[in-house]
Ligand binder design. Structure first.
Ligand code: DGY
Length: 323
């Protein structure tokens, strides 16, 4: 009996591959970088299913080149790289990997927040570059106290709420915005639901946890940045295009904002020439928030489970709905 053909656009951890290998004929793109457009089309020409990454653009043209495709299992929780509506119109299911990366992502938002507030990266450079000439001084590398300050969480979904639970451990005052109130979250953390402008005006730290869609693209633009408290910080490990990067640069370079922690950028990979990277008050990372080893294994297993459910005629657990 012929097995369905599965195209995988990058090597995902073995934990998931092992579950898939006996059930699919697998074609695995072997390189570190994404398949170029012609290789993607070639890989999909006869594929019944695929595993995609957030850096694979799966648009109408790609779907048109995949006449047999019935299932896209995304190796990420976000799926803004996939034209989900076009997929659905073609009867193609799309799944993602929620939950398993919530803690890793919240941890990393926290790592960025602590690093920028307490100047960890600057301090590391200061020591390594031989600038530490005086043993101790009351004004050396002063940063911002995190405990007892106010954090504003934009988007209190799974990851935003996990950031909020960590903030409670730091005795922070927690604000959140979003379309709905989260009663349980409020009970556990003492968080208060406010509108976006109030959150921006009152928070010392603003942390973004929204999906990228037509409502959130550029939601933090020059006007919204101008509402933020002078000396506040912004953290983004959701999606880069949620912030207008040029406006953010202005706000940081002028000293109006005290700093930013960024794991995501308008264009990825971001160019080393990005002006934000010239600023000492910006801590950056290359989109690695979910990059915990066990987390990545679990993401791979979820991808496999979704594909196997589809293969066995069941509803995959993590189907996404069009926004
Ligand atoms: C996601 O899952 O959407 C993250 O951005 C990468 O893990």
């Amino acid at each position: 009996m012929t097995r369905p053909r599965l195209f995988i656009t990058r090597r995902i951890p073995d934990a998931g591959l092992e579950l898939l290998s006996g059930r699919f004929d697998i074609e695995l793109w072997p390189e570190y970088g994404p398949p170029p457009a012609d290789a993607l089309r070639a890989g999909l020409a006869n594929a019944d299913a695929m595993v995609s990454l957030l850096s694979d653009r799966i648009d109408k043209a790609v779907l048109d080149a995949a006449p047999r495709l019935k299932m896209i299992a995304q190796y990420a929780v976000g799926y803004d790289n996939i034209d989900v509506i076009a997929a659905r119109a073609r009867g193609i299911l799309v799944s993602n990997t929620p939950d398993v990366l919530t803690d890793a992502s919240a941890d990393f938002a926290w790592a960025l927040l602590m690093a920028v507030a307490r100047r960890v990266v600057e301090a590391d450079r200061y020591v390594r570059e031989g600038k530490w000439q005086v043993a101790w001084h009351p004004a050396m590398l002063l940063g911002r106290d995190v405990a007892h300050s106010t954090i504003g969480i934009i988007g209190a979904g799974r990851i935003g709420q996990a950031v909020g639970r960590r903030a409670k451990g730091f005795s922070m005052n927690i604000l959140y915005s979003g379309s709905s109130e989260k009663h349980d979250f409020e009970v556990v953390t003492g968080a208060k639901h406010v509108d976006l402008d109030t959150l921006l005006r009152e928070s010392d730290f603003v942390s973004l946890h929204v999906p990228l869609n037509e409502h959130t693209r550029n939601m933090i633009n020059a006007e919204k940045l101008s509402l933020m408290k002078p000396g506040a910080y912004i953290i983004n490990n959701s999606r880069g295009p949620v912030i207008d990067e040029k406006a953010l640069y202005q706000a940081l370079a002028s000293g109006r904002l005290a700093g930013a922690g960024l794991d995501v950028f308008a264009t990825e990979p971001a160019s080393a020439e990005n002006p934000l990277f010239k600023l000492d008050n910006v801590v950056v990372a290359p989109h690695i928030s979910s990059a915990g080893q066990a987390t990545r294994d679990r993401m791979s297993i979820i991808v496999a489970r979704n594909l196997l459910a589809w293969l066995d005629g069941h509803n995959p657990e993590n189907l996404v709905t069009p926004f």
